[in-house]
Design a protein around this ligand. Structure first.
Ligand code: ATP
Length: 333
């Protein structure tokens, strides 16, 4: 890679804060319904200048629909969106100045070269991008050597990188990427993380969605976790881990009835079922006294009760393994 090429292009990327000090992205009460069912159900988001912000949730949680609304591609049923203080639903072109993004997967002409694709995009976008600018973004994504090959010969990871290069031609202050790690191999993931960090260091705010915690936890400063259209956590991953405390694993003589007992008990949080165990956190350690008492009152025997430190992965699952009415999932017996 030409590091000078990278620095030079990044230096031209704008400062992520707006002159009026508005946040790159501020979303309140965003709702989108399809056939009466809320795909996005009251989403609030606050992305600050310089964030690499992870938008995390399982398949079908509402990430893409939210991102479509943020980019003015789908009209919300209600709620407000401000991109650097401006509303993309009211002024799609003006509000999205300095914003670039890829929703789902990048669209490219497969029979044209990577370079030709970038030239065409720049022309559509009325960007004055000459060979030098295009070479710079190709260097950034390490595609210069393959720039003259047709895109049909590219791997999926290379197509992602070409997509990011086309975004960078816009010199974005805010870059929005929907599942950028899809189909990318481990080396490609490492490259992507490095690139995102470099962009952030140079003042580009990044908003990226993923359904995999592992993909965001190394690179994101803050996250929002979405489940069934609702935000179930927003903040840093460190805060999330700290808020969890120890997790307990309980086996009893009757899983379903024990789940009902735990559901009724104050101080039991993040209750989920893993195989034949109930997994939960307790507000206080002496919560085990109330728990064992309640189980005994229900004539339920404890087969085992163990505690362990919560993993981020466990927390993510407990936040997102929810049915649409937001009660924890329990397998039918
Ligand atoms: P994935 O990771 O699988 O892409 P996602 O979190 O991006 O999932 P969305 O694509 O936003 O989720 O979908 C959220 C819900 O909205 C899903 O139930 C989906 O079926 C529904 N949905 C999305 N777009 C439409 C549409 N155009 N018409 C009807 N339903 C839709």
């Amino acid at each position: 890679m030409s590091s000078s090429g990278r620095a030079s292009e990044l230096d031209r990327a704008g400062d992520a804060s707006s002159p009026g000090g508005s946040l790159p992205l501020e979303v309140r009460g965003l709702v989108k319904r399809y056939d009466g069912v809320a795909a996005v159900d009251g989403v609030d988001l606050e992305v600050r200048a310089g964030d690499i912000y992870g938008f995390l949730g399982p398949n079908g949680a509402g990430k893409t629909t939210t991102m479509r609304m943020l980019l003015g591609l789908v009209r919300p049923d209600s709620g407000s969106i401000r991109v650097f203080g401006r509303d993309p639903t009211e002024e799609p072109l003006g509000a999205l100045e300095g914003v670039a993004g890829i929703i789902e997967e990048p669209r490219q002409y497969l029979f044209m070269s990577g370079r030709r694709n970038l030239e065409l995009l720049a022309a559509f976008d009325r960007q004055a991008a000459g060979r030098k600018e295009i070479d710079e973004v190709l260097d950034l994504v390490e595609l210069r050597d393959r720039a003259d090959d047709v895109v049909s010969k590219y791997s999926q990871g290379m197509r992602q990188r070409l997509g990011i290069a086309s975004c960078l031609l816009r010199r974005p202050r805010l870059l929005m990427l929907d599942e950028p790690a899809n189909g990318v191999d481990p080396a490609g993931l490492r490259f992507l993380r490095d690139l995102l960090r470099q962009l952030a260091e140079r003042g580009v705010t990044i908003f990226l969605s993923s359904h995999l915690l592992a993909e965001v936890q190394e690179v994101c400063s803050r996250v929002a976790v979405i489940s069934a259209g609702r935000i179930v956590y927003e903040g840093s991953l460190a805060q999330l881990r700290a808020s969890a405390g120890p997790m307990y694993r309980l086996r009893t003589t009757d899983l379903r009835r024990a789940r009902d007992v735990c559901d009724q008990l104050d101080g039991i949080n993040r209750l989920t079922v893993e195989h034949d165990e109930l997994v939960f956190s307790l507000a206080t350690e002496d919560g085990t006294v109330a728990l064992t008492q309640a189980l005994a009152d229900a004539n339920l025997g404890i087969t085992s009760l163990a505690h362990e430190q919560a993993t981020l992965e466990g927390l993510f699952f407990s936040l997102t393994e929810q049915t649409p009415d937001h009660s924890p999932v329990i397998p039918a017996r």
